[in-house]
Design a protein around this ligand. Structure first.
Ligand SMILES: [Zn+2]
Length: 114
């Protein structure tokens, strides 16, 4: 499982949901731990802390998550409508901004031992 830390796209994502690992409900912050292969299902802070403790090379720390939330206190876009509008006006720019909202990714496995 690869986890990336990304800004939420819009305020619509700041709603309570179930952690994909522990199934406990939590409300995400403006930066979330998103397993790249289960889009939409997030990992809660407690599970991020557990995973990092088990394997710090592969998983981000809660401290990093908190630091990024402080650094990016707002979603990447003010609304879903703003994303759709920009996609109509300038699809490349919309894609660039959505790609830029990914703040941290796990290093590829083959680089971990290097
Ligand atoms: Zn959890």
């Amino acid at each position: 499982m690869d986890i990336e830390l990304r800004r939420v796209d819009s305020p619509d994502e700041l709603v309570e949901g179930r952690c994909m690992m522990c199934e406990v409900e939590f409300t995400p912050g403006t930066v979330v731990a998103d397993p790249s292969d289960t889009y939409g299902r997030l990992v809660c802070e407690e599970c991020v802390g557990y995973l990092h403790g088990r394997n710090p090379e592969r998983f981000p720390s809660v401290e990093l998550l908190h630091r990024l939330i402080a650094e990016y206190p707002t979603p990447a876009f003010p609304s879903v409508e703003a994303i759709i509008r920009l996609e109509h006006e300038d699809l490349q720019e919309a894609e660039r901004q959505l790609t830029a909202s990914v703040l941290w990714v796990a290093r590829p496995v083959e680089q971990v031992s290097a």
